[in-house]
Design a protein around this ligand. Sequence first.
Ligand code: HEC
Length: 140
Amino acid sequence: MKKIIYAVLILVLLFGLIQLVPFGRNHTNPAVVSEPSWDSSGTRDLAKIACFDCHSNQTIWPWYSNVAPISWLVYQDVVEGRRRMNFSDWSSRPQSTGEISEKINEGEMPPLQYTIIHKNAILDATQKQALIQGLINAIK
Ligand code: HEC
C-alpha cells in the first residue's frame, strides 16, 4: 500500500515539474500578412475548420495546450504546420498543388491526433474535393 502511495506521489510531483518546462508556452498568433485569394468563402470555411489551427496565424489554442506534455505536441504541430504552409502568409505558399490533394485525399491532413478531438474537421468526400479544388484555384 505504501509503495503505491509513493508511486502516485512521485507521478504527481513529476507532472507538476514538467509544467515548469518553458517549451511550448508561446501561444502568440502573429499578424495575418496575406491570405490566399480564396475562390469562394466556402473554400475558406473548409480550410478554417480543418486546417487553420496548424496552418494559419489564427490558431485557437485549447485549454490542454497549456498542459504538458500535451502542450509540447500541440506546439510542435503548429510550429511545423505554419512553417510548411501558412494560410496567413500566402507569399510562402506551396509551389505545387500535388501534395495538397494527396495529403487531403489520403486522409493524412488533417492529422489523426487532431480529428480525434476536432470531429468537425473530418471532411466527407464532397468537402474534400471542394477544398482541394478551391486550394488549387488559390495557388494558381
Ligand atoms: C494538427 C495540426 C495540423 C492540421 C489541423 C493540419 N495540418 Fe497539415 N501539416 C501539419 C504538420 C505538422 C505538417 C508537417 C509534417 C507533415 O508533413 O506531416 C503538415 C504538412 C502539411 C502539408 C505539406 C506541406 C509541405 O510543403 O511540406 C500540406 C500540403 C498540409 N499539411 C495540408 C493540410 C491541409 C489542407 C489541412 C486541412 C485539411 C491540414 N494540413 C491540417 C499539421 C497540421
